[in-house]
Design a protein around this ligand. Structure first.
Ligand code: DCT
Ligand code: MG
Length: 514
């Protein structure tokens, strides 16, 4: 890793005077183990830096001489946020560094209190500083956040679950969803793209100028930001939330198996509650919708990570019974580090096998015999080897897959599960929970593409494909990458290789929460 050494920060002349503390580090007793501080010398001066380091160490804080990966709090004095960002850029802080960037006033407040104090109001920038060149386009003006314009493509941004602009992105997502219900694709995408940009910004927007120069920030978007900044809520969002059409679309489509068409039909038929839907004898429900209504309460309550892990054990147990070499990977939101999800996604592949399609049938038969399958829909593979990837960025893939509702035994889920905490008295009697599970089977040669595709997020996937098409003259889908210039398919054994084919820096799964 690329460490910044103290000696890089101190002019040679001063270094010779012996600026290191004379007290050996081992003689300090660390009291606050969650915090590791680094103090920037720039504009502070070496002697004040040494004084603060020594003081903090004597008060029980761990203070590093070097800006290593373990540093959690970087403290600077008399530097603007932009100056510090530039300083970090010059010193090539490696990707993987995670720390808060704070004014030295935080450190002095800690010294006064004799313990770490809340850092919120001392933030120079709520920070997750990364290697800038890939994420931030040329440095323009100093002294404003807008100096850092992020890429228009989500696959060139690192988006973790630390969203510093949740109040804006939640609002955008409600507006996007409303446009989706009204089948206005353009407006829906505009709000989704804007939300995605704000999710990756390492600071909270405090004035509308903070988004100046960022991609996808049209007038409508800025209008909503302005409303929220001024009124702390958006009247447009409130109107949507109070709109019956929106409310019912949301309710009906929350049933597994119900899409926009069905939801509209039910609305036109005058249905207004799920009870009315359940009681309407004339309704022709699909098998999927019947299962969705039957297990509605379980399915709308999110799947916790503990439940996903428990489902993972069930899936692996069964798959390995029939194919001990199979690779079973948790994909979707849980692979991106989410703590909850609406379903649990798995990708299965069998190295060196040509008969992986048999496997899913065996798994389903076994679960049926065990009484574990509350619903399933098995879709056979429709993949044709010579076919080029689809141009449609939202195209579905052709893998063999099974959309299932699994009966998950509560006993299997350890403490921390959401199952028990939300259970009503009647539910207490039930010792299982219905959870949605997607099993996808890919041939081993396509595994890397399938993994990349099924890890998401959807916005990240869309932009990967858009990037491939518009920037690289390539076509990407969940099966393959086709180079139109070379007229050939590009093989990849790992996600890293796919990013490399596309000329992109590798983005870790937990940085794909675009
Ligand atoms: N995906 C895909 N083709 C589909 C469905 C999904 O390529 N027909 C990709 C996109 C995201 C990923 O698979 C997982 O899909 P979801 O489960 O819908 O998304 P998620 O990110 O896992 O969200 P959640 O946490 O709500 O399950
Ligand atoms: Mg999922």
């Amino acid at each position: 890793m690329n460490k910044i050494r103290t000696t890089d920060l101190i002019p040679k002349r001063k270094r010779q005077k012996g600026m290191q503390s004379s007290v050996p580090l081992s003689s300090y007793q660390i009291q606050f183990n969650d915090i590791t501080i680094f103090i920037v010398e720039r504009k502070m001066g070496a002697s004040r830096r040494m004084f603060l380091m020594d003081l903090a160490r004597r008060k029980g804080f761990r203070v590093e001489n070097e800006l290593s990966d373990s540093v959690t709090h970087v403290v600077a004095e008399n530097n603007s946020c932009s100056e510090i960002l530039k300083w970090l850029q010059i010193h090539q802080v490696e990707s993987g560094s995670r720390f808060q960037l704070l004014d030295a006033a935080w450190l002095t407040a800690c010294m006064e209190a004799g313990r770490p104090v809340d850092s919120e109001k001392y933030q120079l920038l709520v920070s997750q500083i990364r290697k800038f060149p890939t994420l931030y386009l040329p440095y323009r003006t100093v002294g404003s956040y807008s100096a850092y314009a992020v890429s228009q493509y989500a696959c060139q941004r690192r988006t973790t679950l630390n969203n510093y602009n949740k109040k804006f992105t939640d609002a955008f997502e409600i507006l996007a969803e409303n446009y989706e219900f009204r089948e206005n694709k353009g407006a829906c995408l505009a709000f989704r793209r804007a939300a995605s940009v704000l999710k990756c910004l390492p600071f909270t927007i405090v004035r509308v100028n903070d988004v100046e120069g960022q991609p996808w920030m049209g007038e409508q978007i800025k209008g909503v930001i302005e409303d929220i900044l001024e009124e702390s809520e958006s009247s447009r969002v409130n109107d949507v939330l109070n709109n019956e059409n929106y409310r019912l679309s949301k309710l009906f489509t929350s049933v597994f198996g119900v899409g926009l068409k069905t939801s509209e039909k039910w609305y036109r038929m005058g249905l207004r509650t799920l009870e009315e839907v359940k009681c309407d004898a004339n309704l022709k429900l699909t098998r999927m919708q019947r299962a969705g209504l039957l297990h509605y309460e379980d399915l709308v309550s999110c799947v916790s990570k503990a439940e996903a892990d428990s489902a993972s054990l069930v899936v692996k147990d069964t798959v390995w019974r029939f194919s001990p070499n199979a690779l079973v990977t948790l994909t979707g939101g849980f692979r991106r580090g989410k703590k909850t999800g609406h379903d649990v996604d798995f990708l299965i592949t069998v190295p060196g096998s040509r008969q992986e399609e048999e496997l899913l049938h065996l798994v389903i038969d076994f679960w049926k015999k065990q009484g574990l399958l509350l619903y399933y829909d098995l879709i056979e593979s429709t993949f044709e080897k010579t076919k080029r990837p689809s141009r449609n960025v939202d195209a579905l893939d052709h893998f063999q897959k099974c959309f299932a509702i699994l009966k998950l035994n509560k006993e299997r889920v350890g403490p921390g599960s959401s199952i028990k905490s939300v259970a009503s008295a009647e539910e207490e009697m039930k010792d299982w929970k219905a959870i949605r599970v997607d099993l996808v089977v890919s041939p081993f040669e396509q595994y890397a593409y399938a993994l990349l595709g099924w890890t998401g997020s959807r916005q990240f996937e869309r932009d990967l494909r858009r990037y491939a098409t518009h920037e690289k003259k390539m076509m990407l889908d969940n099966h393959a990458l086709y180079d139109k210039t070379k007229k050939m398919f590009l093989n990849a054994a790992s996600e890293e290789e796919i990013f490399a084919h596309l000329g992109l820096d590798y983005i870790e799964p937990w940085e794909r929460n675009a």
